[in-house]
Design a protein around this ligand. Structure first.
Ligand code: SF4
Length: 225
């Protein structure tokens, strides 16, 4: 069980989650005005494919693969027009290529058969696509301007815990905690802000608390990890 900083925030007199969330978002937005999705895509379908490929690998790696992939595959039909083995080869470098190929082809088939070839906006519809779990659905929906939840990845989990916004470990429960405290208008950008802050400042092992704009709001500031 990770250390809970919810009680620590109270002990340090930093204010409640609801009192701190506004200044936290404002501080992060100022520090990371460039925070946005790191995946490269030019259409809704390319966004969906990129997010599906990003499981268990880096965005940089996905971008390297999709640079060529999206020249060869332009429509959902294109992913079904080749043999599975060919698509496997084309996405091999993203890892778990067999499972990803199966998921992508299944998702493209469902897009064609049930959604007129278009990527749906609703979370429940996105989650019906083969290989699309809640996190992928949340990323896609938010990026398409229809955030219905808060994306929880490893950075979002770590920073939410350190900032005392949740005491939970389970991503579903963390998301529920964040939905209660983060204003709905910020559901799409909040995860990006945490992800970029996690990459640049609040490293898992060596957080740079001295350089952090949230130091006065954070119950984990200057705690040894
Ligand atoms: S003060 Fe330290 S622990 Fe808190 S968010 Fe900033 S870097 Fe992370």
């Amino acid at each position: 069980m990770a250390r809970s900083f919810v009680a620590e925030a109270r002990r340090r007199g930093l204010g409640t989650r609801k009192q701190r969330i506004g200044p936290i978002i404002a501080g992060l937005a100022e520090a990371h005005s460039d925070a946005e999705i790191a995946l490269h895509f030019g259409s809704d379908v390319e966004l969906l494919i990129s997010v599906m490929l990003s499981a268990q690998t880096t965005d940089v790696n996905v971008n390297r693969v999709t640079e060529r992939l999206f020249v060869k595959y332009r429509t959902p039909e294109d992913y079904l027009a080749v043999q599975s083995e060919e698509l496997e080869q084309d996405i091999f470098q993203t890892g778990f290529y067999r499972q990803k190929t199966k998921s992508i082809r299944g998702a493209m088939r469902m897009l064609i058969e049930e959604f007129d070839g278009k990527v749906p906006r609703r979370l429940d519809e996105l989650q019906r696509l083969p290989g699309v779990a809640r996190k992928t659905a949340n990323v896609v929906a938010a990026e398409l301007g229809h955030a219905q939840g808060v994306v929880v990845d490893t950075h979002v989990r770590r920073l939410s815990q350190r900032l005392g916004l949740t005491r939970n470990e389970d991503p579903v429960k963390i998301e529920r905690d964040l939905q209660r405290v983060v204003p709905r208008a910020d559901w799409a950008r909040f995860p990006h802000l945490l992800i970029w802050h996690g990459r640049r400042i609040c490293d898992a092992r060596r957080p740079l608390c001295e350089d952090c704009v949230l130091a006065d709001l954070c119950p984990a500031a200057r705690v040894y990890f």
